[in-house]
Design a protein around this ligand. Structure first.
Ligand SMILES: NC(=O)c1ccc[n+]([C@@H]2O[C@H](COP(=O)([O-])OP(=O)(O)OC[C@H]3O[C@@H](n4cnc5c(N)ncnc54)[C@H](O)[C@@H]3O)[C@@H](O)[C@H]2O)c1
Length: 340
């Protein structure tokens, strides 16, 4: 019997394994084709997971021949626009890896295409699906620390990836910062309206492009969010979730990737220099799965319920705008207003 989700796995590289495993574990889904420019990659994927579905180099041909209705776009960023647009035009929904595209214009075109086709295109933002970030969000957007005014994220790591990241122009901003920027939108509960960014390549960097950036964002709700990031920082690493401090009218919330907490002010005895503080451990209330599985669960729930997913492309454009606004600011030396 035909299952409701007939899935094409486009892109059979490293990340695609997680997507294939997810599809295989769903009872309402079947993998009907693998698409990759390299037959060897598709073949290796099929062998690893015991798949018998056919390989195609062209996604349109794959859709035509298999009657697929859902495409997982886990190709390289440069291919996302073509794969996703062709799939939407052929009547498929698309769930794709970050980043949507290599430029803001391409990402906007893709979102328009999804609207025209009347299909859903949602984007993987797995770092939203962690019990810790959901608890931290309650402290900040949920109002435990009062009205938020200032949020900072420090991201300092020294990964030696090798490969394309060490050769590309803005490895930190283009490949990684979308995760932290998207997390900032979730934590703050608002969208950004402007950015000023200085991007640079610190001494000792093993990247050809700029591997560090300092950004100041203003959000629609008045919050100022600053991001300090480096991918060539040896020693005393932060977590991959970054190290966060949010200051509100009633206290401060801290999250370094482990359990978040807040210090909330107690009524100040007359004349005292500083306020008394009470520590508040953020309760974990997130019941969903974490990481890719959590994000994919939400995407499939949205498809089944006929509603936009939390990370639908039109929402993700706000996170993309933070990346490309930051790059534009770094290039021009000017503060950039974000157009969304
Ligand atoms: N969410 C995360 O945490 C996370 C982590 C790593 C990678 N990613 C993203 O996942 C995506 C894939 O990354 P990866 O590490 O698997 O890359 P990869 O290079 O290992 O694999 C990409 C695959 O896509 C294929 N491909 C390229 N162009 C194609 C085209 N036009 N048509 C069909 N196939 C094509 C390549 O042959 C390759 O097999 C990227 O967008 C990356 O940013 C996300």
């Amino acid at each position: 019997m035909t299952k409701p989700f007939r899935i094409i796995q486009a892109g059979c590289g490293g990340m695609a394994n997680t997507w294939v495993e997810y599809a295989l574990a769903r009872e309402d889904a079947e993998l009907v084709a693998l698409v990759d420019l390299q037959e060897a990659s598709a073949r290796a994927m099929a062998e690893r997971h015991g798949l018998t579905c056919p390989w195609f180099s062209d996604v349109e041909e794959a859709i035509r021949q298999t009657g697929a209705n859902l495409v997982f776009d886990v190709t390289i960023p440069a291919a996302h626009k073509n794969i996703t647009t062709a799939s939407l035009r052929a009547g498929c929904d698309v769930l794709g890896e970050k980043p949507m595209a290599e430029s803001m214009e391409d990402a906007e075109d893709m979102a328009r295409e999804a609207g025209r086709a009347g299909r859903m295109y949602a984007v993987m933002q797995n770092r939203r699906y962690l019990k810790e970030i959901r608890a931290y969000r309650e402290l900040v957007a949920g109002g435990v620390i009062g009205q938020t005014g200032f949020v900072t994220a420090n991201f300092f790591l020294g990964p030696h990836f090798g490969g394309f990241r060490e050769a590309m122009e803005s490895p930190l901003l283009l490949d990684m910062s979308i995760h932290t920027f998207d997390q900032a939108r979730l934590i703050i509960g608002s969208d950004p309206v402007s950015v000023y960014c200085h991007e640079f390549n610190p001494p000792g960097s093993w990247y050809a492009g700029n591997a560090a950036a300092a950004c100041i964002f203003e959000f629609a709700n008045g919050t100022v969010f600053t991001y300090n990031g480096s991918w060539c920082a040896e020693g005393a690493p932060t977590s991959w979730e970054a190290s966060w401090r949010a200051v509100g009218s009633k206290g401060t919330a801290i999250w370094d990737g482990a359990a978040p907490y807040a210090e909330i002010v107690k009524p100040r005895p007359d004349g005292s220099f500083t306020s008394g503080l009470e520590r508040f451990e953020a309760p974990f209330t997130w019941e969903g799965r974490e990481g890719h599985k959590g994000c994919l669960d939400e995407m499939f729930a949205a498809l089944l319920e006929g509603r936009p997913a939390e990370t639908v492309c039109t929402d993700n454009l706000h996170s993309m705008a933070m990346v490309f606004g930051a790059r534009e600011s770094a290039r021009t030396g000017q503060k950039v207003l974000l157009r969304r």
